[in-house]
Design a protein around this ligand. Structure first.
Ligand SMILES: [Zn+2]
Ligand SMILES: [Zn+2]
Length: 267
C-alpha cells in the first residue's frame, strides 16, 4: 500500500509504502478513494498549533513517525475480518475517525471522541492519506451510497462540528432567527444544517463579501458584515432586539465579540 506520511514535522509529506494489511477479528480494510484535507492536518504536519500571540501548542506526542494523516476518509469496503459483520465488499463508505480506547468510562458511554487514549484515525493512528486504511470495527463504517465521495469524508469532521453546534442551539432556534457567524467551509455547512433543522430565519455574517454572497445563495435570509460600523445595530433592528442564538464558526476574538453582542434576551 502507498501512503503520504509525515517523516519529519515541518517537512513536506513523503510517500511511504508497505504491505496491504489483512484485516483480523472485527477489523475492516477500506480502499480509500478520497480523503479531505482538514486545517488541523496542517497543524499536525507542522507539529504545533499556533495559538496566536506567539504561543504554540506542541502536538508532536502520541504518534510515531512516519505517520499518515487524514481523518476525512471516503472509499469502499475492500475486505473484512471474520468477526466484522454487516458489510458488503465494494460498499461505498465513509469512516468515523474519532475512535477511542474502547475500555474507559467515556468510551462505554458512547463518547469515544472524548477518550483520553484515542485511536483516532489520522491523528494518533495512521489515517487516510493512503491507498488503504485499517478500521478496528464495522461500527465505524457508514454507508455513503449516493453521496459525492469527494465531499462525503468531510462530513466526519467539518460536518460533525457544524451539526453538533447547530443541535446545541436547536431549542433557541425555535424561538427566533439564528445567526451563523463565519462563513468558511464549516460555517457554510452549519448554514445548510441550520436551514434543514430550523423552520425559522437563518442569518449569516462574515467580513468577506464573496462569502456573504455564497451564504445568500444557500438561503441565508439576512447578510451582515461584522466589520461594518453599524453591524450590531443593523442586526438588532432586523431582528427586533437580537437573534435567538448565534453560532461562531470563525472563533476569533472579534467574531466571538460580534456573536455575543447580537444575541437577544434569553439567547
Ligand atoms: Zn478535521
Ligand atoms: Zn476510551
Amino acid at each position: 500500500m502507498r501512503r503520504q506520511s509525515i517523516i519529519d514535522y515541518g517537512a513536506p509529506l513523503s510517500e511511504t509504502t508497505g504491505e496491504v494489511p489483512v484485516p483480523q477479528g472485527s477489523e475492516v480494510l477500506v480502499r480509500v478513494s478520497h480523503c479531505g484535507v482538514c486545517h488541523s492536518d496542517i497543524h499536525l504536519q507542522d507539529g504545533y498549533f499556533d495559538l496566536g500571540g506567539g504561543k504554540q501548542l506542541d502536538v508532536r506526542s502520541g504518534r510515531e513517525l512516519p505517520f499518515t494523516l487524514g481523518h476525512e476518509i471516503a472509499g469502499v469496503v475492500e475486505a473484512a475480518g471474520p468477526q466484522a459483520e454487516g458489510l458488503t465488499a465494494g460498499e461505498h463508505c465513509i469512516v468515523y475517525p474519532w475512535i477511542g480506547c474502547g475500555n474507559c468510562a467515556l468510551c462505554a458511554d458512547g463518547d469515544e471522541h472524548l477518550c483520553n487514549q484515542p485511536r483516532a484515525l489520522g491523528v494518533t493512528v495512521d489515517g487516510g492519506y493512503a491507498s488503504h486504511v485499517l478500521v478496528p470495527h464495522p461500527r465505524y463504517i457508514l454507508n455513503a451510497q449516493g453521496i459525492a465521495p469527494e465531499i462525503a469524508g468531510s462530513y466526519m469532521c467539518s460536518g460533525l462540528t457544524a451539526y453538533s453546534a447547530l443541535r446545541k442551539v436547536e431549542a433557541h432556534g425555535r424561538k427566533g432567527p439564528v445567526m451563523i457567524v463565519g462563513l468558511g467551509g464549516v460555517g457554510l455547512m452549519g448554514l445548510q444544517f441550520a436551514k434543514a433543522i430550523s423552520q425559522r430565519e437563518i442569518l449569516a455574517a462574515d467580513i468577506d463579501a464573496a462569502k456573504r454572497e455564497t451564504a445568500g445563495a444557500l438561503g441565508a435570509s439576512g447578510l451582515f458584515d461584522p466589520a461594518a460600523e453599524d453591524a450590531r445595530k443593523a442586526v438588532l433592528k432586523a431582528t427586533g432586539g437580537g437573534v435567538a442564538a448565534a453560532v461562531d464558526f470563525a472563533g476569533t476574538q472579534s467574531s466571538l465579540h460580534f456573536a455575543q453582542s447580537i444575541v437577544g434576551k434569553g439567547g
